[in-house]
Each structure stands twice: as C-alpha cells, then as structure tokens.
Design a protein around this ligand. Structure first.
Ligand code: DLL
Length: 453
C-alpha cells in the first residue's frame, strides 16, 4: 500500500488533486490488519504533528501534558492525549480550531445545537476530496454502483448530509438527483419518473415517503428503488423491518458526525447486516468507558471516540462522540478487513433517569420490536408536574393493528404498559395514537420530549 506524502505542516496547501493524488483506495479495505495498523500509525503521526503545529488550542493542551508529536511511536500512544469534547468546539466558535488560513477554506458546515451557538467546521479542497472518497467507500459497501440513480432527500444546507453524500455519489459515477429535503409528493414523482434506484434520507423520513406513497397507491413492488442509503439518526430494528418489507428495498445504515467530517465514517455492507465498516484509512477509532474514559478492549460496548487521520482544515484529536457501540476487527463475509461497529442505538447522553432508574429510548424500541401492531413511530414524554417523574409513551399503531373497539384497544394498551414495566422496571403510561398522528419531519426524528429540563 502506498502512502502519499503529506506536505509540511507549515506550508499552505489545498490545491484540487493536490499532492495527495487519487484518493479513493479500495484496496485499503482488504489490506491485512497489520497493514491497516501501519497505515494508521503513519497517518496519525502526521495528523498529530499537523494539528500541533497549526492549532494553538491543541498545542497548549499537548504542551501541558508534556507530549510532543514525536512521542507518538505506536498507535496506543494516542491514549495519552486528552479527549476533545463538543464544548471545545463551542468555546472556540467559530474558527478557533481551524488549522488553515480561512482563504484556503472552501466549505463550511455546521451542526445545529438544540441550544446556543452551532458548532462550525471547515474543509479545504483536500478535505473535500477525502470526504468524497469516504462516501464512495460507504456507498459501495451498500451495493451502490456507477450508473445508479441516487435521489437526495437530505437538505442542502449547513447539515453535512446533503452536500457530503451528493459529491460522493457523483464521484462514484452515479446520476445524482438533488431533490433535497421535504416535498414528499415530489419525491414520489421523481422516484417513479426518473427511475431512482437509491434513496438517501433519514430512515424516519424514508418511512414517511413510504407511507405517503402507500396512501397515494404507489406500487413499491414495481418501483425501481433498490437501496436505501440511510443515516443521520438511529434506525431501530422495527423501522428497518417496516421499510424493507413495505418499500421492498435494502435498507442500509450509515454513520457519521459533523465534528469529524459528516457522513462517511462508517457504512453497512450487504454481508454483515446491522454493522458498519469504519473507513479506517480515514478514521482511528477507540471505544471508551463513558464514565471513566478508560479505553475498552475490542468488542466491549462503550462510547466511540474518533480521530480523523487525514484532515487539514479542521482536525480533531480523540473526539468524544457520545455514541454507544461495539467494534470488532473479525473478518467480514464481504471480504473487507476493516473494523465493523455495531449500529448506534443510543448516546451516553440520551439516558433518561426516571425516579432513579436509568432508561434509554432504545430499550423502548426493543420492546416495541416484539409487538406486531406497534408502528416504529413513538414519542417519550417526561414531566414531573406532580413532583414525581412521569413517563408517557405515545405510540402509533400500524394501520393493520388499528380498531374501533375501545375494549380491544384498552386491553392492548394495558399489555404494552405491562411489558414495558416488566422489561424496564419503571412504570410507563401508554397512550395509543391513530396511524399518522405523530409529526413526520424530513430531518432527524425527535423521540424524546423531556419537559423537566
Ligand atoms: O448526522 C451526519 C450524517 C448525515 C450521517 C447523513 C449519516 C448520514 P450530525 O448532524 O452532526 O451529523 O449528527 C451526528 O447523529 O453523533 C449520532 O448520534 C447520530 N447519527 C448519525 N448517523 C447515525 C446512524 C450527521 N447511522 C450524530 N445511526 C451522531 C445512529 C446516527 N445515529
């Protein structure tokens, strides 16, 4: 495997094509684990040197612990570096962590925080090429091939989903259909008229497209759509199952986050379903105990920490994602040797504490999975008007499970509440809703409304 030389950290770079040459390296996906580790070490050393030389914020922190870039001799030495938290990006808003002059930055993206300022990230030409390469990798994992017609249902805005995936699909030689978010009827019309084969969306919005299509008599069986390239939010098993059986497509889950690049960190291959190959020539991964920060052994569940290995404009070291997963490097039936992470179902910071008991939304999803008439659309509402935490599950029924009989609905409601109590050890008020009652959005679904905050 050849490793392109990285320019001197002090020298301004970023020309298209640049010194890095062609970026997409499929052979890196099938290299031996030793080769991958050797490549990662080389890239990591360069990335740390680059970041140290160019970002005072990092230099100060590394100096404070007496760490010089040359001290990174083996991959495990990265454990000595401090983590980067999202707060660092907020504290240095907007450009404090940028590592290149702003006139070299050709794109900004931002992640909308629910409160306060967004976090802003930048890319130079080199970074956009790297990003495109990552997207090409994950698209190929999902079985997307040149000539596919790829319809974008993510917004083309500050969110990384739209532009990020767009350029990767074009790079692969697909026909890109930049429909953008919203206007569900138009999406359906385009799928039918343009012969779309790949839909790019959040899984919850894909489900909405499916439902609106069904109501309008759209024939999913006869449609050209083959692959759903989904991501940006967890895709619970129930949602995946409904999409696959009703839209008649393969639903692939793709993971990423703005702070380290956007989509393109990992993608689901067609062999090891429900796991995603990490694009390891671009990202160094660690899994840590979210409480203690200790690095966990391979296979243990914990919080994913990512270090992009090839970013110039906005490098981050040991970024704490707060996403919970497990990673394995066992060989995959698809032939790729890159590590696979389990689907991210929850974040360490979306745990709800209800009267002292910890619960994750994903635990509700697991219970709903076992209830045939439950739809994937639900909302958890927490309040404590009476001084005691009260948790209500608002659950939509599938059209087939809906009935006019109050007695039947009441019996069903009681069964769901009992099942939840038994599994979660916390009492949950269950409110059943008619199909279509919960608001659908083209972006990420919000399942939790905590009114205590
Ligand atoms: O959601 C990037 C992206 C866009 C990924 C499109 C895939 C497709 P952010 O808006 O910064 O970036 O949100 C990142 O969303 O830390 C996870 O908590 C969650 N997330 C993203 N993809 C997945 C996924 C984009 N496939 C945050 N499964 C991450 C579960 C996901 N959670």
């Amino acid at each position: 495997m050849s490793i392109p030389a990285r320019p001197d950290p002090q020298v301004k770079t970023g020309s298209p094509g640049g010194p890095f040459g062609p970026i997409y390296n499929p052979e890196r996906e099938t290299a031996s684990r030793d080769e991958i580790a050797a490549l990662q070490l080389t890239l990591l050393r360069e990335q740390v040197a680059w970041t140290y030389a160019r970002v005072p914020w990092y230099r100060e922190r590394l100096n404070a612990i007496g760490f010089q870039p040359g001290d990174l001799r083996e991959l495990a030495d990265i454990h000595q570096l401090p983590f980067t938290e999202k707060s660092a990006l907020r504290d240095t808003y907007p450009y404090g962590l940028f590592a290149v002059p702003l006139d070299e930055v050709v794109r900004l993206h931002a992640s909308s925080g629910t409160t306060g300022k967004p976090i802003v990230v930048g890319y130079n030409q080199h970074d956009l090429e790297q990003w495109r390469s990552c997207i090409m990798s994950i698209m190929q994992m999902a079985g997307v091939v040149p000539g596919d017609r790829v319809q974008m249902a993510f917004g083309y805005g500050m969110f990384t989903g739209g532009f990020g995936l767009h350029y990767g699909a074009e790079g692969l030689g697909c026909m890109m259909i930049p429909a953008g978010s919203g206007n569900t009827e138009r999406h359906l019309m385009m799928i039918a008229d343009y012969g779309t084969t790949v839909l790019v969306a959040t899984p919850s919005y894909a489900m909405h497209i499916c439902e609106v299509g069904e109501k309008a008599g759209f024939d999913w069986q006869a449609s050209t759509l083959r692959v759903g390239l989904f991501g940006g939010e967890p895709c619970p098993p129930k949602l995946k199952q409904e999409i696959e059986s009703r839209m008649r497509i393969i639903c692939t889950d793709n993971y990423g986050l703005t702070e380290v690049m956007g989509p393109g960190v990992s993608g689901e291959c067609l062999a090891a379903r429900d796991q995603q190959h990490i694009v390891e020539d671009h990202f160094y991964w660690e899994v840590i105990d979210p409480q203690t920060g200790a690095v966990l052994p391979e296979g243990a569940e914990g919080e994913l920490v990512l270090t992009p290995l090839n970013k110039q404009a906005f490098p981050v070291l040991r970024y704490r994602t707060h996403d919970l997963t497990r990673v394995t490097t066992a060989p995959c039936a698809c032939g790729r040797t890159t590590a696979r992470m389990a689907k991210v179902r929850s974040r360490s910071d979306d745990m709800l504490i209800i009267r002292g008991t910890n619960v994750f939304p994903s635990q509700f999803e697991d219970v709903l999975q076992t209830i045939p008439s439950a739809s994937p659309h639900y909302r958890l509402v927490v309040d404590n008007d009476s001084g005691l935490d009260r948790l209500t599950l608002e659950l939509e029924l599938l059209p087939a499970g809906f009935t006019d009989s109050f007695a039947e609905l009441e019996a069903f409601r009681a069964r769901v509440a009992e099942k939840l109590h038994h599994t979660l050890q916390v009492s949950v008020a269950v409110k059943l809703l008619e199909p279509g009652s919960i608001e659908r959005t083209p972006g990420k679904a919000r399942h939790v409304e905590d009114r205590r905050r």
